[in-house]
Design a protein around this ligand. Structure first.
Ligand code: SF4
Ligand code: SF4
Length: 446
């Protein structure tokens, strides 16, 4: 059953084991997101999606548009991973590591620092406008905006080297798109985390709406033990249950709901109410767990006692995930450290050489996708006597470099049929002769 929530929520600060986990995850995720663009690897940014050069670097691996399949696999694994995790553990993602939760938490820390605890903030909002109120609120929102700008800068720094971007911004020489995306992402962070907060989870997040379909009776949920808690009343009242109706579980809830009314879609699974109620129980010298992590089946005493991962739905997602991850890793480890694109010159289809052979021209684009220099030899096969004429049939490529060279392919007229003939370009690594790439192409006969 859902209940009306207050228009503005002032969540009370809580502490406890689940809050400690959330704080640790906020720090960890921000260390990674804000820090990664500054990490260097092999004399360049460790993670850089260089859109201008069409190269993506992730530590020691470099990717090209041809490696799109790995990005597709990553997206599928992320989506399936979220299904798997939700079926297994309910809204743990929302409560601890969703960017909306993480950034809202940071904005709340800023508010607490400048404006005080939940009571002080409520009092300040209710107070008539004054210079002091304006100053305090202005300072809090300036700090939130500053942090939002930092997130915008960090996002763009994954696409443009961070050091260069910072110095360009400092000198007022950053490109219009870079400035646009920094401001756009900053505005997005500020709007969602500083202004809208829990309303995003309750009214805008599609994941909150469809995840119910992924829950089963054994999914981990946060629940109030009504059998132990009801009827509510003072501890001294012998006929009352375990809940003393102090309301602290509601005061700490970032979405302003009362978990005692049952499972509600607004609940983001942050466990603040568990921490709060456990503290109340400690003070009353009563056992913890009036609000706790459990499952519908366990609440009804119908849990089969099987480990969570052995449920059919979890097993299905697990095997699918393992299969896709295994295939992707296998394919990645078998990936050649170079690539080639062959483009036939369509302006001059075929011409005759001085010694009477037929000749077609091609552009060969070679990509060194490894972190070390490579020498590559080019040859051509597929028609009797076919030969390659190039200024240099061996190309030296620096680490992660690309080079395009023009080559000519010649065939005696009697060996090339009219129209297109199938041929193959063969690219061999001179450092590792086992590394060989064959690219199909065609040779136009007369
Ligand atoms: S914190 Fe615990 S005891 Fe207090 S109202 Fe909530 S459930 Fe009842
Ligand atoms: S009901 Fe509890 S777990 Fe759910 S959002 Fe509120 S405080 Fe977090």
């Amino acid at each position: 059953m859902s209940q009306p929530v207050p228009i503005k929520i002032y969540p009370r600060l809580t502490s406890g084991r689940f809050n400690n986990i959330r704080v640790a995850l906020v720090i960890l995720t921000q260390l990674v997101f804000l820090g990664l663009p500054w990490l260097q690897w092999n004399h360049r940014q460790a993670v850089l999606f260089d859109l201008e050069r069409h190269q993506f670097f992730v530590f020691g691996a470099s990717f090209w548009p041809e490696d799109f399949v790995y990005l597709a696999a990553l997206l599928v694994v992320s989506a399936l991973g979220l299904f798997w995790w939700t079926t297994l553990a309910g809204r743990l993602w929302c409560g601890y590591s969703c960017p909306q939760t993480v950034y809202t938490q940071i904005m709340l820390w800023i508010e607490r620092l400048v404006l005080g605890d939940h009571k002080a903030r409520r009092k300040l909002d209710a107070a008539p406008n004054s210079a002091g109120k304006l100053l305090k609120k202005g300072l809090a929102h300036s700090l939130m905006l500053l942090f939002s700008l930092w997130t915008g800068f960090s996002l763009v720094a994954y696409f443009a080297p961070a050091g260069e971007l910072a110095s360009n911004l400092w000198q007022g020489q950053a490109g219009p798109w870079e400035v646009f995306w920094i401001l756009f992402y900053a505005a997005f962070t500020y709007l969602l985390a500083a202004l809208l907060r829990e309303k995003v989870c309750s009214h805008m997040c599609p994941y909150a709406r469809f995840q119910g379909a992924m829950f089963d009776r054994d999914t981990l949920i946060i629940s109030y033990n009504a059998r132990r808690g009801e009827p509510r009343g003072k501890q001294a009242d012998k006929s009352a249950g375990g809940c003393i109706d102090c309301g602290i579980c509601v005061q700490v809830c970032p979405t302003g709901i009362d978990i005692r009314n049952g499972l509600q879609y607004e609940c983001i699974g942050c466990a603040a109410c568990i921490d709060a109620c456990d503290q109340v129980m400690d003070q009353l010298h009563a056992p913890r767990g009036l609000i706790r992590y459990t499952s519908e089946a366990a609440l009804e005493g119908k849990s089969k006692g099987k480990p969570a991962w052995q449920r059919p739905r979890v097993l299905f997602y697990s095997s699918l995930l393992l299969g896709i991850i295994g295939l992707s890793v296998f394919s990645f480890t078998q990936r050649l450290p170079f690539k080639a694109d062959i483009l036939r010159d369509r302006a001059s289809l075929v011409r005759e050489t001085d010694d009477g052979w037929l000749e077609n021209s091609y552009s060969v684009r070679l990509i060194n996708s490894s972190e070390s220099a490579q020498r590559l030899a080019i040859s051509v096969e597929g028609l009797p006597g076919i030969r390659l004429v190039a200024a240099t049939p061996t190309v030296s490529l620096a680490a992660t470099a690309t080079e395009t060279i023009g080559v000519r392919v010649q065939v005696e007229p009697q060996h090339a049929a009219r129209g297109a003939n199938d041929i193959r370009f063969v690219i061999r690594s001179l450092e590792q002769p086992g590394h060989l790439l064959q690219e199909k192409s065609s040779f136009i006969g007369e």
